[in-house]
Design a protein around this ligand. Structure first.
Ligand code: F3S
Length: 395
């Protein structure tokens, strides 16, 4: 074995801390050896993906139950969205059978000490690493946000490797844990004005499709909100498999500036939009909150829906994290949204909930949601601003 193990890590590998820790250590070492890591490093937080029963199935649940027999988390660990709102699932049309199985999944995580709040924006609800911190996160949009916007260090973990990091508190040092693998490779000059989460989603789509895993250095973005950065992170990770980007004047990581330069124009963004807009999409589902909506986004949507009524035949989901939903309840936003006939859905999202066959066409502000709506659920899609999505819901 080339990997150097600390005494504590050797004990875990020898089974002195139980079967789950031993299996986890084996997974981490195997990955480390594949990717040429020399040592394991501590992580301070973990985010686990592969939580929806719709994706996991019985085989995945069996694995989790086995790990939960004696596995215990050693660091702060949160979960990606599940397939349903863990409290209000019934009114969203989720079947009792699915709910039972989804609960079994979350229970297994809870037995291991995982904080069972299910969200792809853990950084908005208390799982917030600082600059330079090593973490092991699995959700691709959150990985991209953490590496790029926060300046933390994480690979894009799979479900089992993230769980393994949670149960051991370490990961193998390779990939994006090393500074030399975080250097920008292609410069993108943005020659277009960008506004809103949909525009930043389209930008992520354009660069993601073009960059072929090369790390982008983006110039020309003068102003951007946290919500737009989370949308961009989700989109560039979805369309390009990108786990880190640099944005001049915005993101904190140091890098050299690449000479190779590409230009992104208004025309490129228009073309990307045309690609996501299906002809004759019959919109019966409107979903905003991919990645999960912040309290600011919810407040704006609540204001747009206040005193109005969602049109017949349309279903509206605003998806968010449970702590954010609780805050929205406290602030009266939940009532404004739900009294209009829309749903504020916690813990889940339109991509991982069991929605196949339930709708014909999705309108959303998220380029990532369009990708999964088409690929997984076979919905037609249209990408619009949040305001346009709400207008469609009311018309
Ligand atoms: Fe999050 Fe689901 Fe979108 S996991 S990034 S809301 S597809």
């Amino acid at each position: 074995m080339v990997l150097q193990l600390a005494p504590e890590e050797k004990k875990m590998l020898n089974g002195e801390y139980g079967k789950a820790a031993q299996k986890s250590m084996e997974i981490i070492i195997a990955l480390g050896e594949i990717y040429g890591a020399k040592r394991l490093i501590p992580v301070s937080s973990v985010q686990i993906a592969g939580v929806s029963y719709d994706n996991l199935g019985e085989a995945g649940l069996e694995y989790l139950s086995e790990m939960a027999e004696d596995g215990q988390t050693r660091v702060l660990t949160t979960l990606n969205p599940a397939g349903m709102d863990m409290v209000e699932w019934k009114k969203h049309g989720i079947s009792r059978d699915f709910a039972k199985n989804q609960q079994r999944v979350v229970d297994a995580f809870e037995r291991m000490g995982v904080v069972t709040t299910c969200t792809c924006t853990p950084y908005l609800i208390g799982n917030l690493p600082h600059y330079g911190e090593h973490i092991a996160w699995a959700e691709s949009s959150a990985v991209c946000f953490a590496n790029s916007v926060i300046g933390a260090y994480t690979n894009r973990e799979g479900g089992p490797s993230a769980l393994a990091a949670a149960l051991t508190g370490v990961t193998a040092e390779y990939g994006f844990h090393l500074d030399e693998n975080r250097v920008a490779q292609v410069k993108y000059e943005i020659q277009a004005e960008l506004k809103g989460t949909n525009d930043f989603g389209l930008l992520g789509q354009v660069i993601g499709n073009r960059t072929g895993k090369a790390i982008p250095y983006i110039t020309g973005v003068k102003k951007v909100t946290t919500e737009e950065l989370k949308s961009f992170s989700a989109s560039i990770a979805t369309y390009g498999g990108i786990a880190i980007f640099h944005m001049e004047g915005i993101t904190p990581n140091r890098t050299t500036v690449p000479e190779k330069t590409e230009v992104v124009t208004k025309k490129d963004l228009r073309r990307a939009k045309t690609e996501l807009d299906d002809d004759e999409a019959e919109i019966d589902f409107i979903s905003v909150g991919c990645p999960h909506a912040s309290i600011k986004e919810i407040a704006e949507i609540a204001n747009m829906l206040k005193g109005k009524t969602v049109a017949e035949g349309k279903t509206v989901w605003i998806t968010t994290a449970k702590p954010t939903k609780d805050l929205a309840i406290k602030m009266g936003y939940y009532d404004q949204i739900e009294q209009a006939g829309a749903y504020l859905v916690a813990d889940a999202c339109c991509a991982v909930a069991p929605l196949k066959g339930r709708f014909k066409g999705l309108m959303t502000d998220s380029a990532k949601a369009c990708f999964y709506a088409r690929g997984k659920n076979k919905f037609k899609t249209e990408i619009r601003t949040v305001e346009e999505c709400i207008r469609e819901a009311l018309s």
